[in-house]
Design a binder for this molecule. Structure first.
Ligand SMILES: *Cc1c(COP(=O)(O)O)cnc(C)c1O
Length: 395
């Protein structure tokens, strides 16, 4: 009888299936970014690594369109950047105005509430944008508003919130302007300094072309003064920007271990962004979005976001009557290897979300998706592809 069993097990390494990621994120990752991630790690206080951090911060500033000293990648996904902004800028009892027209505006309001802020939600239908007048009214109704927060690119609906001009509204009432740029950064125009945004954060897995894991963040001098003037300590030790700045600033003191491989990835992704050029990259996102819609229109499909406010990198498509929303997504994934996203909240079952973010926004991907959709919906694939080509694909 065998009494001693080995505790060794032999399990195969995980090998993911081939997928074309055309959902709301994560998006495709460039080969060079994968290559960067697989290089050996070095110490996070190694002078070579610190030089890399300096370069990365410089390239992040160029990407955000800012000269803010406080510009760094927060360890964690996009939501960590959101949490960091609110946790550093708010104290218990502060009044905050939040634009809520989708999942991420809702999340912002919840994060601020959990920090003890008094939140005034300014709501709009999902798929619509929030009128500046409504935000102005809410600010005016506060005693002393501390923060105005909006989502630039509402990934849950595909709505593109105008941000220019909001800083004036916020500052006139004594509030700071905070913008969620998780999906917009590197996919459409965003100018932190020119638009006078005080706090802005993003994520690596949308238009930056990286895996998820870091949240680029930037804060104006005005915002950092607010942090310096706090009466209470930042509730989150991990996300306390004053402490994190000790590592990213000249002191180089240990706060938490930098996620080294992810930082290699972000550095390489930013090299790719600036080799292409920000304006060229925005233009690629615009062209491929227009070409996608030229093709989708031949299949009788219609956008869910309101006209004039449709994002280039996230296209929400109304599910035609009689079509099985989840069934089509399943067939796309299983038979064609293509992932797209479902609707969320009030849009669940009513829309598909097609992401053309960063590396995913490529001519070949648009054509492949149109071919697959035409097949699944019983449309003319050649006609859909021709319409996209005539509209003008890029990359
Ligand atoms: C994806 C996303 C987030 C959250 O980012 P995670 O990386 O999932 O934490 C926040 N805001 C917007 C607009 C997003 O699209």
């Amino acid at each position: 009888m065998q009494l001693i069993v080995s505790d060794k097990t032999q399990q195969a390494s995980f090998v993911p299936p081939d997928r074309l990621l055309l959902g709301p994120g994560p998006a495709m990752v460039h080969e060079r970014v994968y290559a960067a991630m697989s290089r050996p790690i070095i110490g996070h206080l190694d002078p070579a690594f610190l030089d890399l951090m300096d370069r990365l911060q410089g390239n992040l500033r160029r990407t955000f369109g800012t000269e803010n000293a406080m510009t760094l990648p927060v360890s964690g996904t996009g939501s960590a950047g959101m949490q960091a902004c609110f946790a550093n800028l708010l104290e218990v009892g502060d009044e905050v105005v939040v634009g809520v027209n989708g999942v991420f505006g809702t999340r912002m309001a919840e994060v601020a509430e959990r920090l003890g802020a008094r939140v005034r939600r300014v709501e709009a239908e999902w798929g619509e944008v929030i009128p500046a007048e409504a935000l102005a009214e809410a600010l005016a109704a506060c005693d002393s508003p501390r923060l105005l927060a909006v989502v630039h690119a509402e990934t849950s609906t595909g709505a593109w919130q105008p941000v220019q001009g909001l800083a004036q509204l916020a500052h006139d009432s004594g509030a700071l302007l905070m913008v969620d740029a998780v999906t917009s950064l590197a996919g459409c125009p965003l100018e932190v300094d020119a638009w006078d945004i005080d706090a802005c954060y993003s994520g690596t897995q949308k238009c930056l072309g990286c895996p998820p894991g870091l949240s680029p963040l930037t804060m104006s001098e005005r915002a950092m003064q607010r942090v310096a003037d706090r009466k209470s300590a930042v509730s989150s030790w991990y996300l306390d920007l004053g402490l994190i700045a000790g590592y990213f600033g000249s002191a180089r003191v240990y706060h938490h271990t930098a996620p080294i491989s992810m930082l290699y990835a972000l550095d390489e992704a930013l090299l790719l962004v600036h080799e292409e050029g920000l304006h060229a990259r925005w233009d690629r996102h615009r062209s491929n979005h227009e070409a996608l819609w030229a093709g989708l229109a031949t299949l009788g499909l219609e956008p869910a976001a309101s006209e004039g406010h449709r994002l280039w990198m996230l296209n929400s498509v109304l599910v035609p009557d009689g079509v099985d929303e989840a069934g089509l997504r399943r067939s796309l994934l299983e038979d064609h290897g293509i992932e797209i996203g479902p609707g969320l909240g009030p849009l669940a079952g009513r829309v598909w979300r097609i992401g053309l973010m960063g590396e995913s926004s490529r001519a070949a991907n648009v054509l492949r998706l149109l071919g697959a959709l035409a097949q699944l919906l019983g449309g003319d694939a050649a006609k859909a592809r021709r319409a996209a080509e005539q509209s003008g694909l890029q990359g």
